[in-house]
Design a protein. Structure first.
Length: 405
């Protein structure tokens, strides 16, 4: 039997991405050859000793950069108790204390713990369905927005607006639809009888760093209240200080019914969380959801240390100030280089539409010792650690400007 020869598209622009390296790790990522062996402050170092200034933070995880003494101490203190893991069948203080802190600093009345962002969204979908079904057996639908990224498990993948990520895994989880980001489309889609939840990122991350319009959020909140539909904010990337407030919803003028968190929450140890309103908490009963590892004493101890620091007003003010400054600098780079079409963002979360494929710029930046991300084919994404100094930011932006030229 002869197999058909795969035709490579000739329309793709030639992008100088390094050849994939030999690895025994399943090939779901195309990684450049360098291996990082050490991190300190705002820099990662490869095995040759080359330093890379990090404007990616492990995709919004490393809010305090690398080798942070407070985080190391929090881990050591947790390890010293001898409790790395205790089953969720029993109570432990770190998880209880962390939940209390999150509840005290938000709209929520309870917190569910899990191990990743996608898991947090899957949990929130289940809670919303239970809430919807408590009103009517058909009130189960989940709506997400054009441009959304909510993860790569089955329901979260169905809510993720990326044909490339979805196509190989069809059929997707049923009952999830993607709707345009307009109030007319949302109004038409939000059937009070059949829709349980709307999920959105207050600032879409992977979808190109798009700040969702406050007016749209206010109208959507009014519609979801009226139709008793749970409004879920996915703050996995935009939450926990990234936009300059502890939670991104604080700057939107609306209060959601659930917020999902992950990425920076435990400083790189795997953890996700769902903040749940009183009304939705009330429908959840023992056995409705579960996890072996979620919220264990090690991760929860570290997360409590992290969220206390991220809630510090001085840190949040620094993020807002540095973020506003960075936006101005990026607009200046746009004017000077002619290589940038648009600049969007807030806090320390910025997207830059460029005139060439983003992957090539990301690769050239890495060669130049600067780590940046893409968010779509023609958009670069900058997510520096929240504690990066103005001087370090200036160094990174100078290097980005050179790379763009
Ligand atoms: C907004 C948002 N939601 C969900 C996820 C999925 O998180 P995880 O990779 O931890 O499953 C991500 C990850 O990039 C994200 O940015």
């Amino acid at each position: 039997m002869t197999l058909p020869v795969m035709q490579l598209s000739t329309e793709q622009p030639a992008v100088p991405v390094p050849a994939p390296t030999q690895s025994a790790i399943l090939g779901t990522y195309k990684r450049p050859p360098a291996q990082f062996v050490r991190g300190d402050g705002m820099y990662l170092y490869d095995e040759s000793g080359k330093a890379y200034l990090d404007f990616a933070s492990g995709i919004a995880v490393n809010a305090f950069g690398y080798n942070d003494a407070g985080i190391a101490r929090a881990i050591q203190d947790a390890v010293a108790t001898g409790l790395l893991h205790v089953s969720n069948l029993y109570r432990t203080a770190p998880g209880e204390d962390l939940a209390e802190f999150l509840v005290d600093h938000s709209f929520a009345s309870s917190v569910f713990y899990c191990n990743s962002g996608a898991e947090a969204n899957e949990g929130a979908f289940k809670f919303a369905r239970k809430f919807g079904r408590s009103m009517s057996p058909d009130k189960t639908g989940i709506i997400s927005l054009r441009g959304a990224f909510h993860g790569r498990l089955f329901a979260s993948l169905a809510a993720t607006d990326r044909a490339k990520y979805q196509a190989p895994f069809k059929p997707l989880a049923p009952g999830v639809s993607i709707v345009e980001r307009t109030i007319e489309d949302l109004d038409a889609a939000l059937d009070a009888r059949t829709v349980a939840a709307v999920i959105l990122e207050p600032v879409q991350g992977e979808g190109g760093v798009r700040v969702i319009d406050r007016g749209l959020l206010a109208e959507l909140r009014a519609l979801t209240h009226e139709r008793r539909i749970a409004l879920i904010f996915d703050e996995i990337q935009s939450g926990l200080g990234r936009t300059g407030t502890l939670f991104a919803y604080e700057q939107t003028g609306v209060v959601p019914d659930m917020v999902t968190l992950a990425k920076p929450i435990a400083a790189g140890l795997p953890m996700g969380a769902v903040l749940v309103s009183e009304e939705i908490s009330a429908v959840m009963k023992p056995g409705d959801h579960g996890t072996t590892f979620g919220g264990g004493p090690l991760v929860a101890s570290v997360a409590l240390h992290v969220v206390k620091r991220l809630a510090e007003p001085a840190l949040l003010e620094q993020v807002r100030d540095n973020g506003a400054w960075m936006g101005e600098e990026l607009r200046a780079i746009m004017r000077r280089t002619g290589r940038v079409r648009a600049v969007r963002g807030m806090g320390l979360m910025w997207g830059i539409d460029v005139v060439e494929p983003a992957a090539g710029v990301v690769a050239r930046a890495m060669d130049a010792g600067l780590l940046i991300l893409s968010a779509g084919e023609y958009t670069l994404r900058l997510l520096p650690p929240l504690v990066m100094s103005r001087d370090e930011m200036r160094d990174g932006l100078e290097s980005l400007e050179e790379v763009l030229r």
